[in-house]
Each structure stands twice: as structure tokens, then as C-alpha cells.
Design a protein around this ligand. Structure first.
Ligand code: 13P
Length: 341
């Protein structure tokens, strides 16, 4: 690895391996305040700094989740919050053997010149922010690019602008000792078929890995977070579980370097059970063929049942924790191809 300039090379490699350890995956709990508010209001809970803190505390203190969860992606507000006893969340997680991570992009904004598409912002001042997050205990971070499929979309300029930003973000992360989660999400929204999703995903990932290579990003210290190759939500007929598994794995094999630290998936609007089934099908059939761990980094597919059972008065904490731990356990099994319904 001598030609990579990163003084933290060995640490980055170790962190990436821990993030995708056997039977484990990542909890995405990095919803922006806007998204968190939407999710809380959907179940009748007012979104305040305190209700968001209580909700994240519920997740991070759920019994047994340390068996299934390797790391948690936090939001800027959350990484600075504490539990009821005054322990900062990053410390609480570390105490359970869970690695704290942090979302560092500042959101997807309309792309000038193609305003129906988005480009993710957040590079200004990022070096300094990363150094601070490292001090606070974060050892990985996340940046999400959004690729829309539709009439004439995605455009080349959208994919290139996002790939370039992902590469600059990743290089800054590795310079500062944090493993970048590189997330170029191809949105599930639309009526496109699975062939279209496959073509877009392959081309987009190819651009992303070309840019990462140009920017000296070390694959062993990088984790890809990708959408699956899947039919659009409104497609007239949607591909089944086996086909999604096969096409997703084949696409990854075509473009992802074998040296990469690992591959994790977002749930991206799939149903909770569907997201588990897809992950399981990939691992049941292809676990021994692919060079990387394939595991989860879900937000909605892990949290939905918990949010639904917490109750509008935030009273059913234990029930919500059980619901969360249950989905975490099933996805842990799916990450080894050992899930059965
Ligand atoms: P979902 O699993 O809800 O898609 O969220 C994952 C994520 O982190 C999106 O950036």
C-alpha cells in the first residue's frame, strides 16, 4: 500500500473490516432533522431535539443489538447528544463495541443546468469537520449521492459531478483516519424496469470507482453503500427476489474492485421483509463466490417497526426496542444467508 499517502492506512483497513464483521451490519440513524421530523410525525410524535434524542437513545440502548450491529451512522445533532445519564452517544456506542460513524454531507441540492437532478454538497470546511469528528470518536463517515432515473435521466453531468464529490470526500476521510462510506444511491422511484436500473447502476458505479482511483482512495479502507438492482416502485411488473439478488451481485462483480473493504446496502423504500429477503438471497447463493462481505446499512428497514410500536406518547420503549432488535437479528442472519421466514 506504499503508494497510498494515508498515514492511517492500517487503521482504515481494520475499521472497514470491523464494519462488515460476520453476522453484523450497520444501522443508519443519520436522518437529518427534516427527515427525522417526517418519520416521527408519521407516528404522531412531535419532533423536538429532546424527542429525537430519546428516540436515538432507545435505538442505541436496545438489548442485544451489539450482536448484530457493527456501527451506527449518526447525524450532526446526534453525535453531540448524551443519554439520560450524561454519557455522550459516541461513548455509549463504543462501550457496547459499536463503532460510531457520522453523516458529513449537507444534503442533495438541485443540480444547476439539470434541476430535476441532484448534486450533493458539503465539501467546504470538511477537512476541519472530519478532524473534529475523529476527536469525538467517529471512525467512519457517510456521503450520499442521489441518482434519479427518468426521462433523459440520469445525465452524464449529474453522475460525474456526484462521483467527483464522492471521491474528494473519500480522500479527505482517509486523510483524517475515517473510513468513507461511499453511497451513490440509484433511486427506486419511477416506473423503470430492472434492466434500466442495472444499466444505470453499472455505469454510475464505474464512474464512482474511476474517480476514487484518481483521487488515491484506498479500496481496503472504503465501504460501498449501494442500492440494489431492482425494478422501479411503479414498474408494471417487478422482478422477484432471486432476480434482484442475481442482477445485483453480477453488477457488483463487474465494477467493484475485489480489494474493497466491503459492500453494504441501503433499503431505499423497500419493505422491511423484502429488504431482508434480498440480502439473504444474495448471500445464500453468492456468499462464497464474491470477494466482499455483503451486508446491510438500513435505516427504514431496521427502524420502521420500532417507530410504529413506540407509541405517540413515547411510552412503549421496551416494545420498540424488541421490534428493532428483532429486525437487526433477521438482517444479521441474512448477511450470512441463514435467514428463514
Ligand atoms: P434507507 O435504508 O432508509 O434507505 O436509508 C439508508 C440510508 O442511509 C440512506 O442514506
Amino acid at each position: 500500500m506504499a503508494h497510498y499517502p494515508w498515514k492511517h492506512a492500517e487503521e482504515l483497513k481494520q475499521t472497514a473490516q470491523s464494519m462488515v464483521a460476520n453476522y453484523k451490519g450497520i444501522l443508519a440513524a443519520d436522518e437529518s432533522n427534516r427527515t427525522a421530523t417526517k418519520r416521527l410525525e408519521e407516528v404522531g410524535i412531535e419532533s423536538t431535539e429532546e424527542s429525537r434524542r430519546k428516540y436515538r437513545q432507545l435505538l442505541f440502548t436496545a438489548p442485544d443489538i451489539d450482536k448484530y450491529i457493527s456501527g451506527v451512522i449518526l447525524f450532526e445533532e446526534t453525535i453531540r447528544q448524551k443519554d439520560d445519564g450524561g454519557t455522550p452517544f459516541p461513548e455509549l456506542l463504543k462501550g457496547r463495541g459499536i463503532i460510531p460513524g457520522i453523516k458529513v454531507d449537507t444534503g442533495a441540492k438541485p443540480l444547476a443546468g439539470s434541476p430535476d437532478e441532484k448534486v450533493t454538497e458539503g465539501l467546504d470546511g470538511l477537512r476541519e469537520r472530519l478532524a473534529e469528528y475523529y476527536e469525538m470518536g467517529a471512525r467512519f463517515s457517510k456521503w450520499r449521492a442521489v441518482i434519479t432515473v427518468g426521462d433523459g435521466m440520469p445525465t452524464r453531468q449529474c453522475m460525474e459531478a456526484n462521483a467527483h464529490a464522492l471521491a474528494r470526500y473519500s480522500a479527505l476521510c482517509q486523510e483524517n483516519g475515517l473510513v468513507p462510506i461511499v453511497e451513490p444511491e440509484v433511486l427506486i422511484n419511477g416506473s423503470h424496469d430492472i434492466d434500466t436500473c442495472e444499466a444505470v447502476t453499472e455505469e454510475n458505479l464505474r464512474m464512482v470507482f474511476n474517480e476514487l482511483y484518481r483521487h488515491n482512495v484506498m479500496p481496503e479502507g472504503t465501504v460501498l453503500k449501494t442500492s440494489m438492482v431492482i425494478s422501479g416502485l411503479d414498474a408494471p411488473s417487478r422482478a422477484g427476489v432471486e432476480e434482484v439478488a442475481e442482477r445485483t451481485v453480477q453488477t457488483l462483480e463487474r465494477v467493484v474492485p475485489p480489494a474493497l473493504g466491503g459492500v453494504v446496502f441501503l433499503s431505499g423504500g423497500q419493505g422491511d421483509v423484502e429488504a431482508t429477503q434480498h440480502l439473504d438471497a444474495m448471500n445464500k447463493k453468492y456468499k462464497n463466490r464474491v470477494p466482499w462481505r455483503l451486508t446491510f446499512s438500513y435505516a427504514r428497514a431496521l427502524q420502521n417497526p420500532a417507530l410504529g410500536s413506540w407509541g405517540s406518547d413515547m411510552a412503549n420503549t421496551e416494545q420498540a426496542q424488541r421490534a428493532f432488535a428483532f429486525r437487526a437479528k433477521l438482517n444479521s442472519l441474512a448477511s450470512e444467508g441463514e435467514y428463514s421466514e
